[in-house]
Design a protein around this ligand. Structure first.
Ligand code: ADP
Length: 190
């Protein structure tokens, strides 16, 4: 299986690039943010819980997120692989993912980290906020908080994969297609 962790700060372009990669490599896209948002829309218990954190730009607790992710993975019968988008966001989640994938006889193949400077992230997120109804993209202070949470809790996850020689940084500036091509080049070497 080809299991890709697509990594980077909020607004780095993970969702956009994941959509391209699933087509080219026949992978399943699992975005924890999207799964939470669909639960919020469906007014499920999980959605209500997640909303209280997401609206503030905080992380949803690990126990909830990990269980949800595992339930999503097992829904797919003999997949070619997964793109994990927005997960893992803590070292605890990274550990849990590794244990879980081992239990189904597979592993993370690579972490692809989109590198984008902070000023560009804020610009992209505010623009997305104008076009979409995402509450967490509408407010500059929530965006700042998400970037802070990323730097304080999530950025360390890169070292987790670096230590396993599975980390690849990708320049996340340029056109969507240029960035996709950069990702293809790295994936094709795996
Ligand atoms: P972005 O990458 O733009 O922040 P996401 O859709 O990935 O957007 O995430 C939106 C929000 O969903 C996060 O700010 C967080 O509250 C919650 N979330 C998503 N994935 C996780 C995760 N793996 N662990 C905890 N919370 C998460």
């Amino acid at each position: 299986m080809l299991n890709i962790v697509l990594f980077g700060p909020p607004g780095a372009g993970k969702g956009t690039q994941a959509e391209k990669l699933i087509v080219k490599y026949g992978l399943v896209h699992l975005s924890t943010g999207d799964i939470f948002r669909s639960n919020i829309k469906g007014e499920t218990e999980l959605g209500n819980l997640a909303k209280s954190y997401m609206d503030k730009g905080e992380l949803v607790p690990d126990s909830v997120t990990i269980k949800m992710l595992e339930q999503e993975v097992v829904k797919h019968e003999s997949p070619k692989g997964f793109i994990f988008d927005g997960f893992p966001r803590t070292n605890n989640q990274a550990n849990a993912l590794s244990v879980f994938l081992e239990s189904i006889n597979t592993e993370v193949s690579v972490m692809l980290a989109l590198d984008v400077p902070k000023e560009e992230l804020v610009k992209r997120l505010l623009l997305r906020g104008e076009k979409s109804q995402r509450a967490d993209d509408q407010d500059a202070s929530i965006i700042e908080n998400r970037i802070r949470v990323y730097l304080e809790q999530t950025a360390v996850v890169a070292s987790y994969y670096e230590e396993k020689n599975k980390y690849q940084s990708i320049n996340g500036l340029g056109s969507i297609n240029e960035i996709t091509e950069r990702l293809y080049r790295v994936i094709d070497l795996i």
